[in-house]
Write a protein that binds this ligand. Structure first.
Ligand SMILES: NC(=O)C1=CN([C@@H]2O[C@H](COP(=O)(O)OP(=O)(O)OC[C@H]3O[C@@H](n4cnc5c(N)ncnc54)[C@H](OP(=O)(O)O)[C@@H]3O)[C@@H](O)[C@H]2O)C=CC1
Ligand SMILES: CC(C)=CCC[C@@H](C)[C@H]1CC[C@H]2C3=C(CC[C@]12C)[C@@]1(C)CCC(=O)C[C@@H]1CC3
Length: 345
């Protein structure tokens, strides 16, 4: 009778490994002696020690070969939040995650670590030092977040210590760092279009921004602590820099670091939110005739004008988490990594 070879605990797969967070995770895993199988809809780099599998995670036949002989899977693939394709979020984040779980079970994977998001509890109003026991948002800020909630529930409910399939979810917030395709590029684009002159509200709202290497550290700690007798099974963990900062101070530090002026004129939050809502409605009504994407969406205004920072005490106590890179150093390294986005470049 053929005996099934137990997969090496140092062999893992990263679904979404070509993306911003995924690639940083892959690089750290290699440094720690793992061999990595990357599964993604696109291949964006090549590295020794990495086997690439290109495909759609919604297709089990595409996915299964990437999970062969793998004991640990990180799932950090998602369509970009800026997409307004509801069908795509539904298909990839909900149906696709079901396929990921099924495929892990078929392939004999023992551990699944999901990249969720702290925004699964955010409804556009203040959250100060939010803990993991806050209820899921009943009115999530956008459809992307709605599907991230369903995705997290699916993964955590699949945890079965008796069967030996262990799951955990990491909830990062405001990831930034070198190669981020969203935060810094959106910010610079807004500044170049002369729209970064205004501070929404009084500018004192505190927000978590998390350096990408700290997010990676949280994922690896969770993976390595995930055992059948551990209290972390089936639970979500906030991972932040543990240094909430005024949203507008963070934006200003990045802008000034890249040679742009910091925003300085204040606008009332409710006025900007109301205008954003109006614009959004207008864009919806006019969609069959003209298509335009407003910079100031209600979701972005809520993110820019409210408090939303989270406690990572649970991760500190149960995962042994401590941020490795301070916000100051993270911002400096990020600014340095974007010479092409400097003013005048
Ligand atoms: N960035 C942030 O601030 C935060 C991110 N997160 C979560 O972290 C995770 C990683 O985010 P981030 O690195 O920023 O995102 P990226 O878009 O950079 O990476 C996601 C990767 O997944 C790929 N992908 C998308 N759909 C599929 C599919 N059907 N099959 C296979 N691969 C697919 C993407 O390809 P393509 O680019 O071609 O679509 C991309 O390479 C996501 O789950 C996100 O929800 C949570 C909180 C904050
Ligand atoms: C903390 C967190 C969840 C960050 C996520 C990243 C993005 C949602 C932000 C990155 C750049 C931000 C930004 C704005 C909103 C939120 C972001 C897109 C504005 C559009 C808000 C209104 C402005 O005055 C301009 C801002 C540009 C940058």
């Amino acid at each position: 009778m053929a005996t099934r070879v137990r997969p090496s605990s140092k062999r893992c797969a990263v679904i979404g490994g070509s993306g911003f967070l995924g690639r940083h995770l892959v690089e750290k895993l290699l440094e720690r002696g793992y061999s990595v199988s990357v599964f993604d809809i696109r291949q964006s780099y090549e590295l020794p020690g990495v086997t690439f599998h290109q495909g759609d995670l919604c297709d089990e036949q595409d996915l299964l070969p990437a999970l062969k002989d793998v004991s640990l899977v990180f799932h950090c693939a998602s369509p970009a939040p800026a997409s307004d394709d509801r069908g795509l979020f539904e298909r990839v984040n909900i149906q696709g995650t079901r396929i990921v779980i099924q495929s892990c079970l078929k392939a004999g994977v023992q551990k699944l670590v999901l990249t969720s998001s702290a925004s699964v509890v955010f409804e556009g109003t203040d959250i100060k030092n939010g803990r993991e026991d806050l209820p899921y948002a009943r009115k999530p800020i956008d459809y992307y977040t709605e599907t991230k909630i369903q995705q997290e529930k699916l993964v955590l409910e699949a945890c079965d210590q008796e069967k030996g399939f262990l799951t955990v979810a990491i909830r990062p917030h405001g990831i930034f760092g070198p190669r981020d395709p969203q935060l810094v590029p959106i910010l610079v684009d807004t500044a170049r279009r002369g729209k970064m002159k205004f501070i929404i509200g009084d500018g004192t709202n505190l927000v978590d921004f998390t350096f990408v290497e700290n997010v990676v550290h949280g994922h690896i700690l969770a993976a390595e602590r995930l055992r059948s007798d551990s209290p972390i099974c089936g639970k979500p963990y906030h991972i932040t820099n543990d240094e909430p900062i005024k949203f507008w101070d963070f934006m200003s530090e990045v802008l000034v670091g890249l040679g742009y002026a910091a925003p300085r004129y204040h606008l009332p939050y409710s006025l900007v939110y109301g205008l954003a809502l109006l614009l959004w409605l207008l864009a919806l009504i006019l969609r069959p005739l003209v298509s335009f994407k407003p910079t100031f969406t209600p979701m972005r205004v809520a993110l820019a004008g409210t408090h939303h920072y989270y406690s990572c005490d649970r991760a500190k106590q149960e995962l042994g988490y401590k941020p490795l890179v301070s916000l100051k150093e993270g911002i400096a390294r990020t600014v340095e990594s974007y010479p092409h986005l400097r003013q005048g470049a």
